[in-house]
Design a protein around this ligand. Sequence first.
Ligand code: KIV
Ligand code: ZN
Length: 388
Amino acid sequence: MSDDTVMIFDTTLRDGEQSPGCSMTTSEKMKVAGELVELGVDIIEAGFPIASPGDFEAVQKIAQEFGSQTTICALSRCRKDDIDRAWESLKEAEKSRIHVFLATSSIHREHKLKMNKEQIVETAVEMVKRARDYCADVEFSPEDAARTEKDFLCEVVEKAIEAGATTVNIPDTVGYATPAHYHGVITTLKQNVPNINKAIISTHCHNDLGLAVANSLSAVEAGARQIECTVNGLGERAGNCALEEVVMALKTRSDYYGLHTNINTKRLYPISHLVSTVTGMTVQRNKAIVGKNAFAHEAGIHQHGVLQERTTYEIMHPEDVGYIGTNLVLGKHSGRHAFRDRIQSLGHNLDDETFQRIFDEFIALADKKKEIYDSDIIALIENQVTDT
Ligand code: KIV
Ligand code: ZN
């Protein structure tokens, strides 16, 4: 990895799924994982195998199917059984990662774990080593890092790297950080942990104060080179850093950051719709990047400006995120070519048989409606995909 690449670690299938009401079946997870591979994420955190047989099965299937194309990661507490189970689910993947976590803040040490600092360090070291015995790629997360005393955080991170962690993730578990605070945490680690350059520093920001994307970008400025995020910002409580937002911020403001990701941004809109469909969690209309209004211009002055020159009111092209605003109206008189063109521009490549089935349904629908919208077409495609 070059120093100007930011790795995208997607945790939609793990932390995203922890969002109330967002659980997914194994076959839904497989579809999302397939789209994540197309999107170009560097790591897919596929689940928490010890949590349930269903989670184990999903991670195992994703590892078998996609583990040669991208790194598949499984979450594990700092417990022997968890780590063994995580490895059992991952072992058939060519590229795999075990992600072990242990809380480090005083609140968690005293009230949840009832462990002192020495016990935390000892356990983290022992469990990172156990994970390394299985797998060359091990991530360690000091849970609630953003509320951990900085000197203790430095000590734990240093010992975890010494024990073999190749990525150190710095979670803002409860979304407490602000951009300047989180920048300071990463800077402290860079300055005080002697072996810090042996590992990749990762961000993991929750959105309780609506700052998850800003905090992640701030950490990247301080030297982090992996961002943990979810499609549509799904996740516990107010969610996680939204993948589509952080990726487009880095791309649109590459003049400022000078960094890039491996994401094929044209797949952002299709995957947002897929995740929304399988979880039943609708995307708010004014959501940045993938909301229905994200590229809509209503005010006459704006419309006039955009008609003269798009960049007057557009900082990104909708087609760059896979959203094709078009003047081409689809109705019952439209032919196959226009319909296929629209499907492709929405980011879908269908085989002939599936295309024919969707085309027949489209003609039937067009008989009942004056105009067919992109959302109608997406629904037709997703119904087919969910049915198969
Ligand atoms: O928010 C958090 O701290 C987590 C860890 C398991 C990384 O999700
Ligand atoms: Zn989290």
